[in-house]
Design a protein around this ligand. Sequence first.
Ligand code: CAA
Length: 247
Amino acid sequence: MSMQKKIAWVTGGTGGIGSGICQALAKAGYQVVAGYSNEAKAKAWQQEQKEAGFDMGISYADVTSFDSVAQSYADICARFGPVTVLVNNAGITADGMLKKMDAEQWRSVISTNLDSVFNTSKACLDGMLEQQFGRIINISSINGEKGQVGQTNYSAAKAGMHGFTKALAQETARKGITVNTISPGYIATDMIMKIREDIRESIKAQIPVGRFGEPEDIARLVVFLADEASSFITGANIDANGGQFMH
Ligand code: CAA
């Protein structure tokens, strides 16, 4: 066994859930590289992490662009080594009733939340096959499972992620690579703070545990799935939603 740290690439790593995932993986001994789209934010984030005792790598990618992601992967390989844990966490919302949704709201959410998964997985797959080991963990959503008023775009992209998970899991099952989905419920991050307050409160009232989730509620599942010992779990979709959706 090499003593070299495993490389974990977390897209959207500087965001709410992303930061929690990066910290949990770093604590578990991974060299973490956070993917980012906003350089100023990422540099400040990296500094903050340093002050908190975390040595995080960062790498730019426009996750909607195949070429930009390929370039980021090459950059990560050159500076750190090949990625064996890929966490597809980058995602946006652009909510609106379909009646009012424009094509750009549709396109931006599908490309950021779903095209991104194709782009990053393609970038990492050959290296994982070479190492005969890999973990791809797709951060989907409760709303990809149950649907949500105002989220035809987001629900479609998030459901699509799990379809991707199941297909790729079958392709790689004999190659030491697992592919799984985590479906978070409503997690207390900037993303849900964008929801109008009265609507947000009515959503909170629908969560049996009586609170929004925390990034750590998701991050601990990522660490669990990334572990070498989790090799029998593949093609799964694991909920962490405070009981809001049981199925
Ligand atoms: N079921 C059925 N109909 C509903 C409804 C519901 N739950 N909620 C609202 N409606 C109806 C309203 O009654 C209204 O109908 P009429 O026009 O016939 O009166 C219509 O839908 C429009 O409702 P709004 O007035 O709320 O419309 P709006 O345009 O002002 O707002 C919206 C639309 C922006 C989508 C707003 O409803 C909203 O923000 N909803 C919450 C969406 C949400 O949960 N987003 C999650 C973001 S966080 C995230 O995505 C992370 C994650 O993974 C969980």
